[in-house]
Design a binder for this molecule. Structure first.
Ligand code: WQD
Length: 342
């Protein structure tokens, strides 16, 4: 009998890549998604890649009734991987209430349903944003969580605390929070990737859209930081590597190999890359000279962060396999594929 995993936000960027990896590892996948930032057609592409079609229920996780009824019809779920959330840092500053309500009510409804339906395993999509600007680099899981610099980041911090306290108050619930660094790239099939909605906030979609001619130029937000070339440093990991970590995390819980009821893991390469180095990587793999200019710093940006991934390496038996160039290449192939299909 296949283990059935509920993936919330499973038609989204990281959710769809994780669904592909789960199916590849023999799991059955059920998706709940409100399609706020994605589209149902992603399920067709997941089926094209894997030959298996995950179920898709389209509703909002803030609807407690709907979620309760859903679990009545799906009483064979052995674990939940929770991606569904609003995730645009900039937007969250202008719409704090929408972010708190959506991200936290969804989470609490899910945890409530888990308790009632006795679903014991929960994997949470968290973010390195909880660390703010770490004092010490690379940053490990025991580093101080800093006051959030955006409502989005705060929903991740509060979300982790809600999970920790709910697990602590329960006998049989187990959870893992995965703190992502910067996911980039797309599935090698170029059938799934980050769906572009409006002007991208993130670096890599802005690079590929500029290269494709959809944006006039890329602005590099600052080159006066205390870094090798003055531009900000981040830890960019391939989204497929990130997806694989979710499979190992949910399997750890299913096999009861977790060493505590609640665990936290950093998911990164362990290597810092500057914005200018990321641009060089893109130019190398695409053969395109990117049109960019140095602009002023972006409000809210931290200077430099990269992961100490040794806990995930050791405990999850997971580490990133793709290079920056390989990730960039898949990002570029995806950009070209979606533009051709439009
Ligand atoms: C990366 C670097 C920018 C755009 C955010 C969230 C994080 C996660 C990933 C959701 C920075 C620079 C960017 C541009 C630029 N999101 N940049 N020109 O800000 O590190 O992380 O997205 O989970 O939680 O905080 O990612 O891709 O926006 O920026 O120079 O047009 O690229 O200054 O140094 P960020 P990013």
């Amino acid at each position: 009998m296949k283990n059935k995993i509920l993936v919330t936000g499973g038609t989204g960027y990281i959710g769809s890549h994780t669904t592909v990896e789960l199916i590849g590892e023999g799991f059955e996948v059920a998706i709940i998604d409100n399609l706020y930032n994605s589209e149902a057609g992603v399920v067709d592409r997941i089926e094209l890649i894997t030959g298996v079609r995950p179920s898709l229920a389209v509703f909002d996780l803030t609807d407690h009734e709907k979620l309760y009824d859903y679990f009545a019809d799906h009483n064979d779920i052995s674990g939940i991987i929770h991606f569904a959330a609003y995730k645009a840092v900039g937007e969250s500053v202008h719409k704090p209430l929408e972010y708190y309500r959506n991200n936290l009510v969804s989470l609490m409804n899910l945890l409530d349903a888990m308790r009632t339906r006795e679903i014991p395993n929960f994997v949470f999509s968290s973010s390195c944003t909880v660390y703010g600007q770490p004092e010490k680099l690379p940053v490990a899981e025991d580093a101080a969580v800093k006051p959030a610099t955006s409502p989005y980041g705060n929903t991740k911090q509060i979300g982790e605390e809600i999970i920790r306290d709910t697990i602590g108050a329960s006998e049989n619930l187990n959870a893992i929070s995965l703190r992502y660094f910067n996911p980039i790239g797309a599935h090698p099939s170029a059938l799934i990737g980050e769906l572009p909605r409006g002007v991208p906030e993130n670096l890599v979609p802005f690079i590929t859209q500029t290269a494709y001619g959809l944006r006039k130029e890329l602005k590099v937000f600052g080159n006066d930081y205390d870094t090798p070339d003055g531009s900000c440093v981040r830890d960019y990991l391939h989204v497929v590597d990130l997806a694989k970590a979710h499979v190992t995390a949910v399997r750890r819980l299913l096999e009861k190999k977790n060493k505590a009821a609640y665990e936290v893991f950093n998911l990164g390469t362990g290597k810092g890359v500057t914005v200018l180095e990321a641009i060089e990587s893109f130019e190398r793999v695409s053969g395109i000279s990117l049109n960019y200019k140095i602009a002023g710093r972006r409000e809210g940006d931290i200077e430099k962060i990269w992961a100490d991934p040794s806990l995930a390496n050791r405990e999850l038996g997971w580490k990133t396999e793709s290079s920056l160039d390989e990730a960039m290449r898949t990002a570029w192939e995806w950009e070209k594929a979606i533009r051709k299909s439009q």
